[in-house]
Design a protein around this ligand. Structure first.
Ligand code: MG
Length: 376
């Protein structure tokens, strides 16, 4: 396929499903990548976005990476990725990895649409079908602290997750004093009570001593995992938290390169028999960069079941399905219209399947489809 046009727009997103709660200014980039390939009388267009948490990447996409893709001529997704990365020096990852990952998502969407396959099937063809089921274990992610009436609203949100069929959920901690967060954990555990069905995410907010104190306070709950305890690059701090916490630790969401992944493994004290790797397939330079991390960690003795990618959207769901990962996040009520499953899709036994449409299947989410098409 030849890329003939790339459009980008930076849009606001909110952690809260309720538009009345202030969004805090978070943004993401949406891109539409028009190809010269025609299917059913129309040009095939691939769509992508910057996943969640790292803001829009419009400058880098428009000035640096989109022109390289358009100049690259006839490319498949891996050749397109190589064209984007040409001349980029090692290190200094910043957020260029997010810009590349955004366009990489659109390349895969276009390639799968051209092949007439759901993305997970195309990825199985490209990277080896491991014979694993299409459906993937998932958890519902949310539970941000509400400015008012927090505990009651938290409980309502988790009940909605449970009523929808989710058997696992994750809530946020770290923004409030520890005693308040423990109250939130107690409230959440009234809904997701089974051991190992509730995880907490401190969003890298704790100073080193506070992270260890939180680990000690959380230890009796036998949570699904304790995520993002301290600064992502404070491997010494992570190692202290890991040593103070015998249940599962989850880490790696805010590391974007294979070099950083190796550092985490070498110095973070993580244990291959229980801990979880959260690397985001969009933020890590897209799928090719993510696969470098999966390969490196497998070589170091990790199993694919330890990978539960960050980013509760359809692209992560396809990746987790195709690559035989442990499971993935879903954002049923956050970061709309990007989060959640295909409209009307249900869970079975706590597992979800990617939409059975060519490409990623954003067309199965009408509000998101409208947003992407507004770029054209
Ligand atoms: Mg996190």
């Amino acid at each position: 396929m030849r890329i003939i046009d790339i459009r980008e727009r930076t849009v606001e997103i909110s952690r809260y499903g309720d538009p009345a709660v202030p969004s805090g200014g978070l943004t993401t980039s949406i891109v539409a990548l028009t190809t010269d390939v025609v299917r059913h009388g129309r040009s095939v267009v691939g769509f992508g976005f910057s996943s969640f948490g790292r803001f829009g990447q419009g400058g880098l996409i428009r000035e640096r990476f989109a022109p390289r893709l358009i100049a690259a001529g006839n490319v498949d997704p891996l050749e397109g990725w190589a064209a984007m990365m040409k001349g980029e020096k090692p290190g200094g990852h910043g957020e260029r990895c997010v810009a590349v990952g955004t366009l990489d998502m659109a390349l895969w969407d276009a390639a799968a649409k051209i092949a007439g396959l759901p993305l997970h099937e195309l990825l199985r063809q490209w990277f080896g079908d491991r014979g694993n089921p299409v459906s993937v274990p998932v958890y519902a992610s949310g539970g941000y602290a509400y400015p008012e009436n927090d505990l009651a609203r938290l409980k309502d949100e988790l009940r909605r997750f449970q009523d929808t069929g989710y058997r696992r959920a994750k809530i946020k901690i770290g923004a409030l004093p520890l005693a308040r967060d423990i109250e939130r954990v107690n409230t959440a555990a009234e809904v997701f009570a089974v051991p190992q069905s509730l995880a907490v995410d401190a969003m890298n907010s704790y100073a080193p001593e506070a992270a260890v104190a939180a680990a000690k306070a959380l230890r009796p709950y036998r949570l699904m995992w304790f995520e993002d305890a301290c600064d992502p690059l404070d491997f010494e701090g992570q190692a202290k938290v890991t040593a103070a916490y015998d249940a599962s630790i989850a880490s790696g969401e805010a590391l974007f390169s294979v070099a950083e992944a190796r550092l985490l493994d070498r110095h973070g004290g993580l244990r291959r028999d229980r801990d979880i790797l959260l690397f985001d397939p969009v933020h890590c330079y897209g799928l090719p960069g993510y696969l470098q991390i999966v390969d490196a960690m497998e070589t170091r003795g990790w199993k694919r079941s330890a990978f539960w990618p960050h980013g509760g959207h359809l692209f992560s769901l396809h990746a987790a399905s195709a690559l035989d990962l442990g499971g993935t996040e879903v954002n049923p009520s956050s970061f709309l219209p990007f989060g959640g499953l295909a409209d009307g899709d249900t869970l079975s036994n706590g597992c979800a399947s990617p939409p059975d449409l060519p490409g990623i299947g954003f067309e199965s989410q009408p509000a998101l489809d409208r947003l992407f098409r507004s770029l054209l």
